[in-house]
Every structure is written in structure tokens, then in C-alpha cells.
Design a binder for this molecule. Structure first.
Ligand code: BES
Ligand code: ZN
Ligand code: ZN
Length: 462
């Protein structure tokens, strides 16, 4: 599996991209034999419809791929990936028809159409290789593809091979590749170093809980990413029903996404001081598991009544956010597969995010459009603060009633960020439930390309 652009070795096939509205005009400019061939094949330039066209000797002379209509394209995130996956293996060069303003997002989609999760069964499919069209930022598109692949691989790897220890190893490997500083606080050291909620959530698992802490970059504005690394979420003693537990290897999707973003930032050498914090735990069931109605004292000192041990993500994130906030970086971003409510609200495609700053929300939304990474703003609705206050402790981790579940979870997290000027939180799904062009069923990156593209506007000038 290669997710890079191809070198031009002279064998590439010219690929003509055709909007269905332009098909007649295009035919008018082509030789009769070609037009008859396309006609015989039923080529209507529908989205993803792709064909090789033979020359007089029978060898492919060119390829054509439909782009459909604007309305059809609006329904597909990566239209060019739809074409790529319908072409035979080979190397292609786009000979026309790709709009400049979508060229980076679309060629990213092409690269991603070659993604396979091959860890357990190999990949015998030959790639559809693409020569980078002129005008795109090749390094940036390749970095985005590599980050998406990393995120998908991490999420797709089951908990048997992606426990807290393996997630730490993956983060360490990334840190080593880019010369980042790396530290991890493991097991009972979480207690001595005052991360009681990370410890409480993770202590029942066979693999001890930990807090991963990575730093990179010597100068520039300070950005801290915090990712939920629940390597498997059984729900704890308030055990999830089987149907809900089935996908919970993906509950480290926030961690997988922040590692993907960190990889892009480091590969592209953005001028920032980056810190990545990942509480990596397994929410398991055992005699020493934390219980419903336990009251935990967090790192920050706020007490939390546990009303459901399945609302564990906000607990581990709270201690990591408190640590992040202690040095008041310019921006803290948390990413987490935090609530089922977010999935109900916006489904698997949109990355719901929270910020108190309209300008940041606008910057993110604008950036998102250019990188095929749709986001949707949700409100930190202060009147719901009362819902997370149980009376017996400072905070309730699982308000009864379940109203506005994603919002109350976000409000819970915001309580742990006080000193930092900017806080943005993503409540993502991290999973593609049905295959789409460039997006196989399985782990999925969400929001990180939008963040990468928006970062210059989200951070103060260096
Ligand atoms: N990891 C889940 C949230 C989740 C479930 C994300 C399904 C995506 C798909 C989280 O730890 C959880 O179980 N949250 C509970 C919270 C509730 C008990 C307050 C939820 O959302 O049901
Ligand atoms: Zn849970
Ligand atoms: Zn969870």
C-alpha cells in the first residue's frame, strides 16, 4: 500500500475527467473511433464511471472518468476516488477536468483509495498510482494521506493488539521518528503523580493505565492536543450491552486522531510548540473496578460522582486536560469518541466541535471545506451546567435523563480548562460504517485536516 504520488516514468496513461454536463462538448473534440468506443461502453460521465480507451494497437491510449454533475458530487466526499477505484491498476496522469480549487482534496481522495488495513491479511491489490497534478502542495497532500492512514490503522487494530501499552508504543514510535520528547506515567505512578481518575478508570484492566506525554517544537505558539485513548470500552460495571460494545475497539479514536494531527504538524514542520497528551486505558470489569456512586477526586480537585462507569472518557480526559491547562498553552484541543449522543445528533460524517469563540468556529468551518473534512459546531450551552451538578459532589459524570448528552459531556470537560485562552473540543465517531469512495468501512480520521488547515488562524502569531 503506497499513499504517495507516483514518479513520471513515461508509462502513465492520460486520464480525462469529464463533468456529465460537458460530455457532449468533450465528444465533439475527440476522434470518431474514441467517441464510438465510449458510446458502446455506455459512458455517460456519471460520477466514478471510468474506462480505458484503446489506441489502434489495442494498448490503452487514454482513460476517461466521469465527474457526474455538481449535485452528484455534493453527495460524495472524494469524487476522484470513485474514479480511481474503478480504473485498472496502473499509473495515471490527469490530462484535464480537475478544478484547481478542489485538486488537493480530490487527489488526497485518490491516494486514500489505495488505503488498506493490511495488518492481518496482507494487501494483494496493485495500486492505482497518480502523478501529482501541477499546482498542488505534494508534501501537504501526502502528509494528510499518511496521517489518515495512521489514524485508521490505529483504530482498526483490535484491542488485543492495541491496548494501552501498544498505543503507547505507537505514540513512542511517532515521537522517535520526529525527534519529539516522550514520557509516560504508568500504573500506580498515576496515583503518586496525581492522576486519580485516569487510574480509577484503567486500574481494572490487565494492561495498566497510563498517561502519554509527547512534546515537539522549540518555538512558536503553544498547542496542546488531548486524545481519548480508551483502548476498549466495556462500560465497566455498568456494562454495555453486547450490541453497543461491539465497536468499542474504536474508543481510542480521539487518541488516533490527535496522533494523526501531530504527525502532520511534525512532518510539515509547522512552527508551533506541540504537546500531545493521551490518557490510555482500558475500561474493564474486575474486582477492583471503580463503581457506580463512587466519588472520585480529580487532579484539579473537583470531586466527581460516578453515575455510570460507562461515562469514562470524560474522567480520563479531565485529568489530562487539567495537566494541559497547568501551563496555559495558547490552544488546547481535545478529541474523543465521547458520547453516543453525538453520533445520534450528526451521524458518522460530521465532526461535531465546541468552542467559545465564533471566530475560531468560522476559521475551522472555512478550512474544513478545502480539505474534505466536514465539521459542525455545537454549543457550550451554559444553562445546561446545572445538569452536571449532582449536589453530593462537584460534578456528575452521567447526568440522568440524558438530555443533550454531547453538550453536557463537553461542559464537563470545559470545567477542567480555566487558565488557557482557547479550548476546542471534538466529540467524534471515528468510524466509517459503510464503505464510500476513498473511505473503506472502519476507522476514520475526523477533524484533523480541518484543524491543520485552520491552525494558523487559531494560534497567535509566533
Ligand atoms: N465510548 C462511549 C461513547 C460512544 C458510544 C461513542 C458509541 C461512539 C459510539 C462512551 O464512553 C460512553 O459510553 N458514553 C455514554 C455516556 C453516558 C453513560 C452518559 C453514552 O454516550 O451513552
Ligand atoms: Zn463508555
Ligand atoms: Zn468510551
Amino acid at each position: 500500500m503506497t499513499l504517495s504520488f507516483a514518479d513520471d516514468d513515461g508509462t502513465a496513461i492520460d486520464l480525462h475527467l469529464i463533468d456529465s454536463a460537458d460530455l457532449d462538448d468533450w465528444r465533439g473534440s475527440r476522434p470518431d473511433a474514441e467517441v464510438r468506443w465510449l458510446e458502446a461502453q455506455g459512458f455517460r460521465a456519471g460520477i466514478g464511471q471510468a474506462l480505458l480507451v484503446p489506441g489502434p494497437d489495442g494498448a490503452p491510449a487514454l482513460a476517461v472518468a466521469g465527474r457526474g454533475s455538481a449535485a452528484q458530487r455534493a453527495r460524495v466526499r472524494f469524487p476522484l476516488a470513485a474514479a480511481a477505484q474503478n480504473l485498472p491498476a496502473g499509473t495515471y496522469r490527469i490530462a484535464g477536468g480537475l478544478p484547481e480549487d478542489t485538486a488537493e482534496a480530490e487527489t488526497l481522495g485518490w491516494l486514500l483509495s489505495n488505503y488498506r488495513f493490511d495488518r492481518y491479511r496482507g494487501d494483494d491489490r496493485a495500486a492505482r498510482a497518480l502523478i501529482a497534478p501541477r499546482g498542488i502542495d505534494v508534501a501537504r497532500v501526502e502528509a494528510m494521506a499518511a496521517a489518515e492512514a495512521l489514524t485508521r490503522d490505529l483504530i482498526n487494530t483490535p484491542a488485543s493488539d492495541m491496548g494501552p501499552d501498544a498505543l503507547e508504543a505507537a505514540a513512542f514510535a511517532l515521537a522517535e521518528r520526529h525527534g519529539a520528547d516522550f514520557q509516560s506515567i504508568v500504573g500506580d505512578d498515576l496515583l503518586t503523580q496525581n492522576f486519580p481518575m485516569i487510574h480509577a478508570v484503567g486500574r481494572a484492566a490487565a494492561v495498566p493505565p497510563r498517561l502519554i506525554d509527547m512534546r515537539w517544537g522549540g518555538s512558536g505558539p503553544r498547542l496542546t492536543l488531548v486524545g481519548k485513548g480508551v483502548c476498549f470500552d466495556t462500560g465497566g460495571l455498568n456494562l454495555k450491552p453486547g450490541g453497543s460494545m461491539g465497536l468499542m475497539k474504536k474508543d481510542m479514536g480521539g487518541a488516533a486522531n490527535v496522533l494523526g494531527l501531530a504527525q502532520m504538524i511534525m512532518a510539515l514542520k509547522l512552527p508551533v510548540q506541540l504537546r500531545v497528551l493521551i490518557p490510555a486505558v482500558e475500561n474493564a470489569v474486575s474486582g477492583n473496578a471503580f463503581r457506580p456512586q463512587d466519588i472520585l477526586t480529580s487532579r484539579k480537585g473537583l470531586t466527581v460522582e460516578i453515575n455510570n462507569t460507562d461515562a469514562e472518557g470524560r474522567l480520563v480526559l479531565a485529568d489530562a486536560l487539567a495537566l494541559a491547562d497547568e501551563e496555559s498553552p495558547d490552544l488546547i484541543v481535545s478529541m474523543a469518541t465521547l458520547t453516543g449522543a453525538a453520533r445520534v445528533a450528526v451521524g458518522p460524517d460530521l465532526a461535531p466541535f465546541y468552542t467559545d469563540h465564533d471566530s475560531d468556529a468560522a476559521a475551522l468551518a472555512t478550512a474544513a471545506a478545502g480539505v474534505a473534512d466536514p465539521v459542525w459546531r455545537m454549543p457550550f450551552h451554559a444553562p445546561y451546567e446545572a445538569m452536571i451538578e449532582p449536589g453530593i459532589a462537584d460534578l456528575d459524570n452521567a447526568p440522568s435523563g440524558g438530555f443533550a448528552g454531547s453538550i453536557t459531556a463537553a461542559l464537563f470537560l470545559r470545567r477542567f480548562v480555566e487558565a488557557s485562552p482557547r479550548y476546542m473540543h471534538f466529540d467524534i465517531y471515528g468510524w466509517q460504517p459503510v464503505a464510500a469512495p476513498g473511505r473503506p468501512k472502519g476507522g476514520a480520521g475526523q477533524g484533523i485536516r480541518a484543524l491543520l488547515a485552520a491552525l494558523p488562524g487559531l494560534l497567535p502569531a509566533a
